[in-house]
Every structure is written in structure tokens, then in C-alpha cells.
Design a protein around this ligand. Structure first.
Ligand SMILES: N[C@@H](CCC(=O)N[C@@H](CS)C(=O)NCC(=O)O)C(=O)O
Length: 232
């Protein structure tokens, strides 16, 4: 039996981490036997991050590595796609994971109003006496990372402008089919939809949250993924 080590559910999502949701979707589609096991602290994991898949042989870190391992077991996430579509899918995945993800992080960790919710949800299990110092330390470290990555150097308006271009690209794909690469979910959806879902689930109406929640095409797409690939 495979075990997916994942961050717990948060804000109505299967997991607070869109990468953990992606991994759960892949396992669901693989048809293999698996179960989830929730962790609150990923520091002891191979990359200090989640998701991690426990296979009979080892701990497998990183959702992309999990994808390749599942494909080696026979799973196929881009079934029926042409070489060109597979290449476009790869670019779409990078857009979701290397740009939209950092938009989500900024929205969650830099906004004081969101932070109160995040602290209570993500650090609620930390003993009360040390909860604030621990949570504030992690927040400082995430914000330092966002400055190094570059997202924190943009103004709020610049960030929205950059996000808008990605939402337009996703919307254009959705004009052509129910999912990004056609009429059924493929690998690109497993990355993009959880990012959008996480943005929509932010428990404060930030500009990013409102943008996704108020867009019927994006919002219907999130709901369609939920009903097409239900995660229990
Ligand atoms: N490239 C990784 C990214 C995973 C990732 O960034 N996970 C975040 C949660 S969304 C994490 O574990 N963060 C904890 C930390 O950085 O300390 C993947 O695809 O699995």
C-alpha cells in the first residue's frame, strides 16, 4: 500500500498544499492502492517539503518525481495527447507551479488579514506558549523566500497584472474544452486546478481571491475538477 504524506486539509480543500492535492489526484488516477497520512511539519522529509510518497522502497519527494514514478508503474496522465500537446502541458504545469504558486504564497503569507487565519489553521497544533514565535518565524522565512524568488518585489497591482496573463492563458484553453487539454483531465489540470482552487479558498476576499472566485469560467473549472476527480 502506498502512503501519501500530505499537509492536512484546510479552508475546505483536500490539503492546504496544492502540490499535495496534485499528488492525490495522480494517485487517484493511477488506480493503485493508497492512503493519506497527514503531517504538520515537513522538516524531516527528504526536501523538507510535502508531498512525499512512501513506496515499498523509499520516500519519494516532489510531485514531479511522484508523477514519474507512477508513470513507471503504468499510470498515464497525458493519455491521447499529441507530442505538441504534451509539450504545451509541460509549459502549463511550470506556469502553475513556478508562477501561480508564488502568487498564492504572497496572498496567503504577506497579507495581515489572511495571516491570522493561516496562523490559526497551520499552527493550531503548536503549544500555545510558543505558537506565535514559531508561526512568526516561519512567516518571516516564507516572506524572505518570496523576496529571493522575486514575487515580493512586485507591487500588488503588478502582481495582479502578471496573474491576469496566466488566467487569460488558462481561460483560452478552457474555451476549447472542459479541461486544459480537451474534454478530460490530464497532467496540466492536476497542477493548474489545485492552484486556482487554493486561491479561491483563501479565507479573506483579497483581490486574487475575488478575481478567481468571481470568474465563472475559472470557478466552474475548479468545481468540474472536484466532481470529475473526487478526493475523499
Ligand atoms: N516542487 C515541489 C514543491 C512542494 C512544495 O513547495 N510544498 C510546500 C507546500 S505547498 C511545502 O512543503 N512547504 C514547506 C516548506 O517549504 O517548509 C513539488 O512539486 O512537490
Amino acid at each position: 500500500m502506498l502512503t501519501l504524506l500530505t499537509f492536512p486539509s484546510a479552508f475546505g480543500l483536500y490539503s492546504g498544499s496544492p502540490f499535495c492535492v496534485k499528488a492525490a489526484y495522480m494517485l487517484h488516477l493511477s488506480g493503485l492502492d493508497w492512503r493519506r497520512s497527514d503531517l504538520l511539519d515537513a522538516r524531516k522529509m527528504p526536501h523538507g517539503k510535502l508531498p512525499v510518497l512512501r513506496t515499498p522502497e523509499r520516500l519519494l519527494a516532489d510531485s514531479d518525481a511522484i508523477r514519474h514514478w507512477l508513470e513507471a508503474q503504468g499510470a498515464e496522465f497525458d493519455h491521447g495527447l499529441s507530442d505538441l500537446q504534451r509539450a504545451q502541458s509541460r509549459a502549463m504545469i511550470r506556469m502553475a507551479e513556478e508562477h501561480l504558486y508564488f502568487q498564492l504564497l504572497m496572498d496567503r503569507w504577506s497579507d495581515d488579514a489572511v495571516w491570522h487565519h493561516l496562523r490559526d489553521r497551520f499552527f493550531g497544533e503548536v503549544p500555545r506558549l510558543i505558537r506565535n514565535p514559531v508561526a512568526n518565524g516561519v512567516r518571516r522565512s516564507v516572506l524572505r523566500g518570496l523576496r529571493a524568488q522575486g514575487m515580493a518585489r512586485f507591487s500588488a497591482a503588478e502582481r495582479m497584472e502578471r496573474a491576469e496573463r496566466d488566467f487569460e492563458a488558462i481561460t483560452t484553453c478552457l474555451w476549447h474544452g472542459s479541461f486544459l487539454m480537451g474534454d478530460r483531465p490530464t497532467a496540466a489540470d492536476l497542477s493548474a486546478a489545485p492552484m486556482l482552487a487554493a486561491m479561491r479558498a483563501t479565507p479573506v476576499a483579497t483581490p486574487l481571491q475575488r478575481r478567481v472566485a468571481g470568474d465563472p469560467i475559472l470557478s466552474d473549472y475548479i468545481d468540474r475538477m472536484d466532481t470529475t476527480l473526487p478526493l475523499s
